[in-house]
Design a protein around this ligand. Sequence first.
Ligand SMILES: NC(=O)C1=CN([C@@H]2O[C@H](COP(=O)(O)OP(=O)(O)OC[C@H]3O[C@@H](n4cnc5c(N)ncnc54)[C@H](OP(=O)(O)O)[C@@H]3O)[C@@H](O)[C@H]2O)C=CC1
Ligand SMILES: O=C(O)[C@@H]1CCC=N1
Length: 269
Amino acid sequence: MKISFIGGGNMARAIIGGLKQKGYSMATISVIELDAAKREQLTEEFGIHATEHLPSVANADIIVLAVKPQQLRDLAIFLASFLNQQLVISIAAGIPCAALSRWLNGYRAIVRAMPNTPAQIQVGISGLYAADGVSIEQREQADLLLSAAGSTLWVDDEQKIDAVTAISGSGPAYVFYFIEALEQAALELGFAPYQARALSLQTFLGASKLASQSDAPAATLRAQVTSKGGTTERAILSMEQAGIKQAIIQAAQAAAKRARELGEQLGKD
Ligand SMILES: NC(=O)C1=CN([C@@H]2O[C@H](COP(=O)(O)OP(=O)(O)OC[C@H]3O[C@@H](n4cnc5c(N)ncnc54)[C@H](OP(=O)(O)O)[C@@H]3O)[C@@H](O)[C@H]2O)C=CC1
Ligand SMILES: O=C(O)[C@@H]1CCC=N1
């Protein structure tokens, strides 16, 4: 499978990183990126072909659209004339298949995907939705590509991709935010930066691994840490009083709303 990424930014790099780790031949991957410095960096880091010339997509089996949602319309209109049989995978937040198909002059072999940055170490998760012009073989190709970067979750309702965006697409940033906060707390409790980082990171890693290897729900695992009248109880009470859980739920809802807004604003033309 020849894969062309259009846009060589954060997310394209993450997916390509995952593919490389998985053992994909880097000779089958190319990136179309306008910025010369980024092209050079991509070639240096992954040994892939990077070019600014869009017509090279004509030879690809899969085209991954990895530009910002605001850049997608102009790109798609230009891309339309170079499409023949390729599968188009868009990872742009919010933009519906219908808008993309319109910009692509009615082209319908489109999968909408929402990966996340842990793809680069193959522990990502991608939500996927196939528009009605996607063949079974192309669906399998999309799954193969994104499962090289972690897990895949197919949805039948395209709106669910906005919800995936709010949970796992943006989600790594929520987790990093919590790590930052815990690290800062450790610094304020007197640890050196390397110690604060170790305590915070290993706690996240350990708790995530434990949760993923246990049948118990997160609330039960939390209860197992929380001794009656102890320290955790005091900390959780403090978080409850500050409305942390509700704030996280509201944050994810705000992200989903923003994805819908992006689709409505950018997809209407
Ligand atoms: N970052 C993330 O965690 C995730 C991002 N996404 C989605 O992935 C997409 C890319 O995000 P991200 O990688 O963070 O964004 P970046 O801005 O890092 O990457 C996009 C790249 O595409 C380049 N570009 C713009 N227009 C063109 C064009 N016509 N031809 C070739 N290259 C072009 C940009 O250049 P320039 O900067 O000069 O404009 C930039 O280098 C977005 O649509 C986002 O919604 C999805 C899941 C997770
Ligand atoms: O912040 C964003 O819009 C993109 C989509 C999901 C993660 N990053």
